[in-house]
Design a protein around this ligand. Sequence first.
Ligand SMILES: Nc1ncnc2c1ncn2[C@@H]1O[C@H](COP(=O)(O)OP(=O)(O)OP(=O)(O)O)[C@@H](O)[C@H]1O
Ligand SMILES: [Mg+2]
Length: 399
Amino acid sequence: MSRFALITPNADFDLRLRQAVAEGLYGAVHTFATDVIPSEPQNLFDQMNQEQPEVLVLGPEVPIDDALRLATIFDVRFPEISVILVAEANPDTVLQAMRAGIRDVLHPASEPAQIRVILERGCQAFASRQRTSEAQTGDPTPRGLVIGVFSPKGGVGKTTIATNIAVGLGKIAPMSVVIVDLDLQFGDVASGLDLDPEHTVTDAVTPSASQDSLVLKAFLTVHPASIYALCAPRNPVEADEITVEQISRLLEQLAGEFDYVVIDTAPGLTETVLTSLEHCTDAVWVTGMDVPSVRGLRSGLDVLRQLNILPSSRHVVLNMADSKSGLSVQDVEATVGAPVDISVARSKAVAYSTNRGVPILQNARKDPAVKALQRLVERFNPAWRLKAQRQQHRRVVVR
Ligand SMILES: Nc1ncnc2c1ncn2[C@@H]1O[C@H](COP(=O)(O)OP(=O)(O)OP(=O)(O)O)[C@@H](O)[C@H]1O
Ligand SMILES: [Mg+2]
């Protein structure tokens, strides 16, 4: 049985590691002489006749991001297996390795004696952590609200509103909120929240994550406002490879894990938008105070009504409201064919907060837009919902 698995194209390191094992450890070494890190633990086990090693050594000379990704999956699904990274370690790498649950980082030039010490510790850790797998594979039951933010036209403030809803809900339900950027090609939730995510939607839809919500959670990024974020892929090519089935599964899993799932979307009625709508309990429809955006919302809602995929709760938000726009709230309502629930004033403080990557609700400054956004967040508070059921719609006023 192979107690140790090593992935590296470096024959010299392989030799030193084998020497280390021969000089005092029992068990065999299975070497994968390649710089390709498998994307799933199962790929590795398949090549080892379904044996699971006690210690997995990644590197030297393997792509570090791939190694960290695989280590993250092992950390959640096979926590008993000790993963060791062999790389020139700078403080950044060590920190990332730590977060990925890597047990130790070895220098590529390490002598057999040093390697043996690390392998031995890895085996000891394996023995003490060995436990039955607790992988969660069942279909989760939805826990709370799935709130999608939509608009047929671009640039009307979807991302601004989605990030503020998430941050606002983080105060009501800390660590029970996740914001997902499903503007897959050009999403800017990461910039709106000033995040530099290690993992994105691309990682969240891999088989490991879609089969195990614990792996999925390991791919989320924690934001200081006590919320989680799942940011859009790093480039449009990656985004193109994500299917609607994967999006559907992802939303199902997140809905089972969180009280609130907030979805930011791309403009228009794309396939991803339609899929998201099917999973939403609440749709926030955003329009600007200009004719093209208001008309766009009207035709969008008409199409969705015909397709019969409108979520049960609707919230119409008039953003960048401005009494000098030449339109009144009544004009907007008449054209959209639905009452405006919340009106967010055009505000320099909002534009400034987006540019800084700190949603305005995070600092709760005094600003008319803040009050309106807080009222929007309140609509997702269970207490408000109960009250609202008994109240009639009150017309908003743009000052
Ligand atoms: N109420 C507001 N007052 C002033 N500026 C605003 C307001 N809401 C949004 N903005 C600004 O408008 C710009 C577009 O907003 P945002 O990125 O949120 O729109 P979007 O609908 O997500 O755009 P896209 O369709 O490209 O994803 C940003 O610079 C943002 O700061
Ligand atoms: Mg946006």
